[in-house]
Write a protein that binds this ligand. Sequence first.
Ligand SMILES: NC(=O)C1=CN([C@@H]2O[C@H](COP(=O)(O)OP(=O)(O)OC[C@H]3O[C@@H](n4cnc5c(N)ncnc54)[C@H](OP(=O)(O)O)[C@@H]3O)[C@@H](O)[C@H]2O)C=CC1
Ligand SMILES: O=C(CO)COP(=O)(O)O
Length: 332
Amino acid sequence: MSEALPGGRRIAVLGGGAWGTALAQAMLRACHSVTLWARDAEMADAIRKRANPRYLPGIVLDAGIEATSSLAEALKGADCVLAVTPAQSLRQVLNEAKPYLAPAIPVVLCAKGIERNSGALLSTIAGEILPGTPIAALSGPSFATDVAKGLPTAVVVAAREESLAAELAALFSARNLRCYSSDDLVGVEIGGALKNVFALAAGAVAGAGLGASAQAAMVTRGFVELRRIGAAFGAKPETLMGLSGLGDLMLTCSSAQSRNFAYGLALGRGEALAGRPLAEGVPTAAIAARLAAEQGIDAPIISAVAAILEGAITIGEAVSMLMTRPLKTEND
Ligand SMILES: NC(=O)C1=CN([C@@H]2O[C@H](COP(=O)(O)OP(=O)(O)OC[C@H]3O[C@@H](n4cnc5c(N)ncnc54)[C@H](OP(=O)(O)O)[C@@H]3O)[C@@H](O)[C@H]2O)C=CC1
Ligand SMILES: O=C(CO)COP(=O)(O)O
């Protein structure tokens, strides 16, 4: 990137959903010029007219977000790219974008998940498709509606090169979006991906009427599983104590504003699940359970969530299984 002061860059946002649109707003507020790519031309048209009725109903967007359904147009002259489509579509979107991406332009991964079929972290996918491209991830407690409205929050931007993370954090920060930087790319990715699984579980506990105590106990023991899996991936424990781990767990495990929590709530209440908004925790639970089993990592809550989602056990059976495990010390 050029040496100019923060602000005044061309940012391409790939994804016309809730988070892509909210981040486009945030980039505009950080004084960048923003072009958002939505695969649906009607959506691009709506965003140009300052609305995203499908994903951010009722929010009037700030004037100035360019939007297009042409990847070539969105990426032309971009100084930085934010990849904001769901985790399971990242591979396809990066492959489609590749012909229009200049190699030195950083790509910032903003989805939260692990690829269902391969078990790959999103940075691994990006590294395979775009070798040589600087890769970063943005994560932390940040509901799209809050960010789109300009409510304050803090997130973390991570890259293996600390200088890139710091540069991007400075570029993205604005009055109500405080971006910390981190060199623990994997830790930030794991925290963001796995918190969705525990948000699903927290919602299911609430929906099944198991009580606030059960919810707190489950989230706390879930955090232990997050730390174990994080350690296996080489994440720093302090990263998981930060915005992308603990911070996002606190947010999404306690609020039905979270789509993962809301999905779990519906599951716990025995309501229909088809046609619900995106819940990234669903595919991630399945692959995280498989990865934990393959690596001999004790992750009973993740395994239970995966088994419930695939219909192998009921919530009642999961509770009984979790409550009757052999007793042990808390820190084992
Ligand atoms: N919403 C939030 O509060 C936050 C979300 N995130 C993360 O951001 C990621 C995206 O979430 P979010 O924007 O909320 O999701 P939404 O469901 O709101 O939107 C998803 C967007 O991705 C598009 N899309 C889906 N599949 C493809 C594909 N194969 N190719 C191109 N575009 C595709 C959809 O297009 P179409 O409408 O045409 O289907 C839609 O524009 C997730 O990983 C989520 O965990 C992170 C922080 C906050
Ligand atoms: O990641 C999020 C907030 O930080 C959004 O969570 P949901 O996808 O569960 O709505």
